[in-house]
Design a protein around this ligand. Structure first.
Ligand code: ATP
Length: 378
C-alpha cells in the first residue's frame, strides 16, 4: 500500500452559506458544512439536487454567487482552480489519449517540475496500489473502462493533493467492478487519510464509504450525519426513503380511535407515540417502516425476536416475488389500493403472486412523518 503523504498540511474544508444561482435557477441554496481534516464525506441526493455544483465550486470550476469557502484556514473564494490544492476525478475520466498510463499518472507532477526520479518512484507506487503496474506502457484506448477509471484515480493520487473531489467516479463501471473499486477506494482513504468529498446518487456507495453523509434535495441540505445515524434516525421522509434498498415503505394514514387507519386496516399507536404526538382524531400522517422490519407470520425465526405487544398486523396481496438467494423480496399491495408494501423475507419464504399474507410490523421501528412537510415526528 502507499505510504501516507508526508508533511501534509491540515485540510479542513468549510462552506459557509454558499449559494449558486444560474440566472433564475437556484442550484444550491445556503449550504454550510465543515469537514474535519482527513474525513471522507459523501454528498448524495437525486438528480439535480446540486451535488456536482457544490463539488465544482470547491474545485474552483464554478463561482459561488455568495458565501465563503475555506480550505484549512484559507479563504479560497478568489483562488483560481489551478492554485487550489485539490484533485478532482470525474465520471468520464478524461485521460490524455496520446499518453501512456505512466505518463497520465505522472502528468500533474511533471507540470510541477518534480524531480524525474521521484516522479518515477511515485508513479510505480501509485500504480501498484491500484493494480495498474502491468499496464503502465499502454494507452487509454487499450484499457477497459475500469482500468481507465483507476488511471484517473491514480493521476489524482499521484499529485498528493490536500483534498480529493470525486464526482460519481464509479458510475461508468459494471456492477462487479464497481463493488471492487469501491472497496479499493475505501482502503486507499484508510491508507492516505486525505480529506475526500465524494458525490454520488448511489446510496450503497454513500452508506459504505462515508464518515459523514450529506443528503441534499433541491439545493438544500436535508440531513448531515454518520451513515448508521441517518439510516436509523432520518430527519424527514425524503431522507428516509432515499437511503435503503428496497426503500422504506410509506403508508398514508389517519388517526382514528386508538390507532392509525391505513386503507381500512388499523395499526395501533403505542403509548409512547400517543404521548409524543398529541394525536388528534382524524389527523393525517405518513407512516414509515423499512422492509426488514416487516415479518411474515409463520416465519418463526424472525417473529420470535420481537415482543408481541410491539407488533402490528397488516394484510396484503402479493404482487411480485423476487428470490435473491440470501433473502426474498416480496412486493405486495394493501388490498383494494395502490399502496405498495415491500417486505424483505428469509430465503426460504416463497409466496406466490395473488397470495394473501398476514404481515407483522415491528412497531418499535415505525416512523411517523408530517404529511405536508415530510418532517419526522416520531
Ligand atoms: P446529477 O446527479 O444529475 O448530476 P446534481 O445533483 O449533480 O445532478 P447539479 O449538476 O449540481 O445537480 O445541478 C443542480 C441544478 O443546477 C440543476 O437544476 C441544474 O439544471 C442546474 N445547473 C447546473 N449547472 C448549470 C448551468 N451551467 N446553467 C444552468 N443551470 C445549471
Amino acid at each position: 500500500s502507499l505510504p501516507p503523504i508526508q508533511n501534509r498540511t491540515m485540510a479542513r474544508v468549510r462552506l459557509e452559506n454558499i449559494k449558486r444561482k444560474f440566472n433564475n435557477v437556484t442550484a444550491i441554496e445556503d449550504i454550510s458544512f465543515d469537514i474535519p481534516d482527513g474525513e471522507f464525506w459523501v454528498l448524495v441526493g437525486p438528480s439535480g439536487c446540486g451535488k456536482s455544483t457544490i463539488l465544482r465550486t470547491i474545485a474552483g470550476l464554478e463561482t459561488a454567487t455568495s458565501g465563503r469557502l475555506y480550505i484549512g484556514d484559507e479563504l479560497i473564494n478568489d483562488v483560481p482552480a489551478r492554485q487550489r490544492d485539490v484533485a478532482m476525478v470525474f465520471q468520464n475520466y478524461a485521460l490524455y489519449p496520446h499518453m501512456t498510463v505512466a505518463e497520465n499518472i505522472a502528468f500533474g507532477l511533471r507540470m510541477r517540475k518534480v524531480d524525474p526520479k521521484m516522479i518515477k518512484e511515485r508513479v510505480v507506487a501509485v500504480a501498484r496500489s491500484l493494480s495498474l503496474e502491468h499496464l503502465l506502457e499502454r494507452k487509454p484506448k487499450q484499457l477497459s473502462g475500469g482500468q481507465q477509471q483507476r488511471v484517473a484515480l491514480g493521476r489524482a493520487i499521484a499529485r498528493q493533493p490536500q483534498v480529493f473531489l470525486l464526482d460519481e467516479p464509479l458510475s461508468n463501471l459494471d456492477a462487479q467492478l464497481r463493488d471492487d473499486t469501491r472497496a479499493e477506494l475505501k482502503e486507499l482513504h484508510q491508507n492516505l487519510g486525505v480529506t475526500t468529498i465524494y458525490v454520488t446518487h448511489d446510496q450503497v456507495e454513500a452508506m459504505t464509504l462515508a464518515d459523514k453523509i450529506v443528503v441534499l434535495e433541491r439545493g438544500r441540505i436535508q440531513q448531515i450525519g454518520e451513515p448508521q445515524t441517518i439510516y436509523a434516525k432520518p430527519a424527514n421522509r425524503m431522507v428516509a426513503t432515499f437511503l435503503g434498498s428496497p426503500p422504506m415503505n410509506i403508508f398514508p394514514a389517519r388517526y382514528v380511535g386508538e390507532g392509525f387507519d391505513v386503507n381500512g386496516q388499523t395499526i395501533l399507536a403505542s403509548a409512547k407515540m400517543k404521548e409524543k404526538l398529541h394525536l388528534r382524531e382524524g389527523q393525517g400522517f405518513d407512516l414509515g417502516i423499512r422492509p426488514e422490519h416487516i415479518y411474515i407470520i409463520n416465519e418463526p425465526q424472525r417473529t420470535q425476536r420481537t415482543q408481541r405487544e410491539e407488533l402490528a398486523e397488516l394484510v396484503v396481496d402479493v404482487k411480485v416475488v423476487e428470490p435473491l438467494g440470501r433473502e426474498t423480496l416480496i412486493r405486495a399491495a394493501l388490498p383494494g389500493s395502490g399502496v405498495m408494501v415491500n417486505v424483505q423475507a428469509g430465503a426460504d419464504v416463497h409466496p406466490h403472486p395473488g397470495d394473501r399474507l398476514l404481515l407483522e410490523l415491528d412497531l418499535s421501528k415505525l416512523f411517523v412523518f408530517d404529511t405536508a412537510t415530510g418532517d419526522r415526528l416520531y
